[in-house]
Design a protein around this ligand. Structure first.
Ligand code: NAD
Length: 316
């Protein structure tokens, strides 16, 4: 499948990730057919995407008069097979359960043409794992988006050992064409690229939090205003060059042995999970949220990210 042959996209699973993925393809002019096993997800997807598009319009990232045009490009099917029929590119964003993914990849091949590329948005499972029962794994690949997917620029493209070069290259090119910062990960390793770095960072952050080295507010503020600020402007390897690789090597040597290096979830974090203090979804987590304004917290986050996306990644 070549890039210019891709016109119709199927998105299976229209939850937090799938609806934003569908929106992004539709904003780029693709015809999108979506399906979710949940009646509620199917019934609400246009309303959720409309809300996102209104945020985009407020930030001049979409013309307000285009909102209905974009929404009209998204058709919700009543079965998975109907959503997939005629698709040139299928992406699944269903639940993160290996068996469900494996069943999906085995099943979906019968619903699409031999040339259709089939992608997984799994944040954990490689395409070798999800596609283990496929007849033609050469056409399968991971495309790992980041939440909120309609705003965060990066998509990691991770081929498996059986994925063809053409499928990988076309997938990278497709995501660049729809405005994403598509990066190719050369080897199938757990967590791909970004989540490995993220987990390395959060291990140390949780350790500092658990030891009371600073307040939770100060930890968040310190990292936003330093690493987060710098990383928005240039990548960590470039930052090493600006700071001096020799200095970084010295600091690394002195500090690395002192960093947390076990693989246990810190006790204080496990306690939060056990108490169902899982974050904004449950109303409290590391931070506490006012039930009256909890939706506003997410909106404020999206608004800040949209401004950053416009500043750093909007080509217009
Ligand atoms: N949430 C994140 O931050 C994030 C980031 C990157 C990747 N991912 C990955 O994206 C995928 C989806 O995550 P999410 O956060 O959108 O979850 P979610 O629970 O918000 O959405 C999943 C949707 O899939 C539907 N679904 C489940 N099984 C299905 C099936 N067999 N057929 C059709 N629909 C089905 C559910 O009804 C639900 O609406 C997961 O693989 C997850 O690991 C999530």
């Amino acid at each position: 499948m070549q890039l210019d042959q891709i016109r119709q996209i199927a998105v299976i699973g229209l939850g937090r990730m799938g609806h934003g993925i569908a929106q992004t393809f539709a904003m780029a002019g693709c015809q999108v057919h979506g399906f979710d096993e949940s009646d509620d997800a199917r019934a609400t997807v246009h309303r959720r995407i409309r809300g996102n598009l209104e945020d985009f319009a407020r930030n001049d990232m979409v013309d307000g008069t285009e909102i209905d045009v974009v929404l009209d490009r998204i058709v919700v099917a009543d079965t998975e097979a109907r959503a997939a029929a005629g698709a040139d590119f299928v992406v699944e964003a269903i639940a993160e359960q290996l068996t469900a993914k494996q069943e999906f990849f085995a099943r979906i091949e019968d619903a699409v043409a031999d040339t259709t590329i089939i992608a997984s948005n799994s944040s954990t499972y490689t395409i070798s794992e999800s596609g283990v029962n496929m007849r033609r794994p050469a056409r399968a690949v991971v495309t790992h988006w980041f939440n909120p997917p309609h705003i965060v620029p990066t998509v990691e493209v991770v081929p498996g050992p059986e994925t063809t070069e053409e499928v990988t290259e076309t997938t990278v090119a497709l995501h660049r064409k729809i405005g994403k910062l598509a990066v190719r990960v050369n080897a199938e390793i757990p967590g791909f690229l970004v989540n490995r770095v993220q987990i390395a960072m959060i291990r140390e952050v949780w350790d500092l939090y658990e030891r009371g080295i600073a307040s939770r507010e100060d930890i968040d503020a310190a990292l936003r205003g330093s690493l987060g600020f710098r990383l928005a402007a240039c990548g960590p390897l470039a930052i090493c060059d600006f700071g001096g690789v020799d200095i970084w090597a010295t600091v690394y040597k002195g500090l690395a042995p002192d960093l947390r290096h076990d693989a246990e979830v810190p006790e204080s974090i496990q306690k939060l999970v056990d108490a169902d203090r899982c974050g904004t979804r449950t109303g409290s987590g590391i931070h506490d949220y006012d039930p009256q304004t909890i939706d506003d917290v997410t909106s404020q986050r999206d608004e800040t990210m949209l401004k950053l996306a416009k500043l750093l990644y909007d080509p217009q």
